[in-house]
Design a binder for this molecule. Sequence first.
Ligand code: ZN
Ligand code: ZN
Length: 454
Amino acid sequence: MPVKVSYDQDCKMTITGVDCACGCEHHAIDKDIYIGKDLLPRIPEYIRKRGLGANCVLVADDNTWRVAGERVEKALVEAGFTVVNCVIHREGDMLPDDLSCGEVLLSITRETEFLIAVGSGTVTDTTRINAERTGLPFVSVGTAPSMDGYASAVAPLLHRGLKIQRPAVCPEIIVCDLDVLATAPLCMIASGVGDVLGKYIAKADWQLGEIINGESCCPVCVEMVTNAVNALVDNVDEIAAKTEKGMRVLIEALLLAGVTIMTTDNTRAVASIEHNIAQYWEMILVQQGQEPPMHGASVGVSTLLVWPMFERFAKEDLSKLDLEDIRARRISREKRERWMHHAYGDEGGNQIMRENPGDFLTWEEQERRIRTAQERFGDIQAVIAAMPPLTKIRETMLKLHAEMTPEEEHIPEDLLRRSMHCGKDYRTRYTLFKLIDECGLLEEYLADYPYPFA
Ligand SMILES: [Zn+2]
Ligand SMILES: [Zn+2]
């Protein structure tokens, strides 16, 4: 049965056709997701249905307070809720840093029963970590379709100036009002689209992991993500015009990405090398005290960067590989350790190596992977052939006036080059980049990189 998304009379999302017998563990989706028009006045009703209580802290920043927070508070107070407002005031953009997290924490009292985040990435993550640490449930009211983190259980934060990812919790209720989302500036919408376009890469990499390493690849998650990203490419004009349909297609895609994480407890379907590279840019720029590009915007750019590698590999002749030569050129464990410290810093490099102990391959394992790739090259080509043409992705992004190149995102040349080399080393997760490296071809592929866009 194909996966189908529908809505009941309360605008609550139901997903059917998700029964699956693949090797991944699956959980039922037990969160309430609402997408529709005029939803803000209905939030009290949604909260009562879920039985979260009547005493809350509402978190917003100056902007999201104006766009929706004020109306959410009014609806809650009129319905008899007790609301403590935590509106975070900043000169520039609010950051998910120690200060913001602390402001939310100190707004929580012993009487608080739940939290409600009105905003997009920053406000939601700041609330999410507090929800996790206090054990209180939280409600997310989306204000921009800019990233796929609403339904996520991980909080990217800034701690003492360093970018960190902390396990946290998913909101119990997610409310996305289409008129509110349409007030988001086009650059935030383009960012959301960039985040979703990266799923083509994540999907292909997951399928490669299945081919080379026998990894379980969930067909239902793949279908959900594929439908969502295809719908987005097909409706880019509606999205650019911020129509009701366009906003629905985009927020659905962003939320469904999260749903695949909820069902499998794994971000495999939604993030791969394109996210590693984008996160690397962000990490280094933050360390240097610079403001990084928006998450989805840089995922979009890195998706354009890695895409030609797939197209090139599909034309490769793996029968020509000289295994003795590849073996002779293998880097030693010591050299790899030095490289990891160089790329990720001493602390970061050690942590990544500790968390991914299997990442330094024995020659036997490398040889097995090369031989598998040779034997199953037709399957690999089929995975790549299923990706849409790169021109289509570029067109989609151009229609939204998205950032297209690392230069536009102020990524310095050396950072760009390093990220293309070290993105694959961020975790064990299998990617085409790892395969190219294992086949001894990475230096050749990256020698004249980034490829000029025709
Ligand atoms: Zn993302
Ligand atoms: Zn499955």
